[in-house]
Design a protein around this ligand. Sequence first.
Ligand code: HEM
Length: 316
Amino acid sequence: MGEQWDLIPLELDPPEHGKFRQLLNPLLSPPAVARLTPRIKERCAALIDRVRGVGDCEFMGAFGRAFPVGVFMELMGLPEDLYDTFIDWEFALLHAPDFGRKAAAAVAIRDFLRDLANQRRAHPTGDLTSIVVHAEIDGRKLSDDEVKGILYLLFVGGLDTVAASLGFFFRHLATDLDQQRMLRSHPDRIDKAIEELLRRFSVVTTWRQCKVDVELAGARLKAGDWITCNDSLGSLDPSEFADPMTVDLDRRNVRHLAFSFGPHFCMGSHLARRELSVALHAWLTTMPEWRLKPGAPVVVHGGLFGVEHLELEWAA
Ligand code: HEM
């Protein structure tokens, strides 16, 4: 967009980073997530109602991407009539094949969030945006760029990650029907199963910028170099997890790295777990058994690992 601002708190270092985490953590804490949960469940049920009687769906379009967009709108207190616009923006920003559409979506989202922040500055409503624009750090209000960096990160951080996880989880359960049946008969085991599925399908690749020249395992890195750190591969470390590529729903001590670790540990992990839990509970307790549609390709991608296209079917 030709602008320089940080995604906050992700692109800040300590001690600045800690000040913003302190401010933002309560907005995504377990009590905050508990308050959102009834509406999250309603959104989930409404999306399922749209496809139940049809007998099949392209899961990512019908549910995987749409569900987290709805949750983001709930989090931000945004009105329902913006839902289709947000779905379009999300798809264009994160999945459009041409760069022009991506850039246009990035600008549209930035402008929308900037206008929203201005409205809440003038007329606070008590929602997340109002809290952010009226917050203080070190005795001063946040700058426009800081507000933008926070709201933008909440938008991009919580959408594709949840969508990607849902895609992999639903694909896995479509191919391992024994596990799907076991969870149907024991819904009390779903939340534990989610931890094993997060371990097996840790989707985020983090990246960092070198501060100083350093030699690491024979590679010379210079200050300013960008490096990708696939720390989520720790979730597949055979010295920690026996038979790491297998989804073992009886596995004990699932210390996965799906949400990373250290100061930047995912700020939305409580919300993410709740979204995954609501989705799996609803599908496993109110929908017939789902399978992969025979002959339909499953398309996955790298970068932030994700599922592009996933056709499921069930007995309507
Ligand atoms: C299954 C879903 C999710 C996964 C796998 C995930 C994963 C991660 C990972 C690995 C990081 C660390 C990134 C880094 O260190 O570079 C992170 C950070 C973050 N996540 Fe998530 N995330 C998920 C959902 C969410 C949701 C729903 C939200 C909020 C709406 C969210 C908000 C954030 C924020 C704000 C950070 C930055 C934290 C900081 O820098 O201190 N995430 N996430």
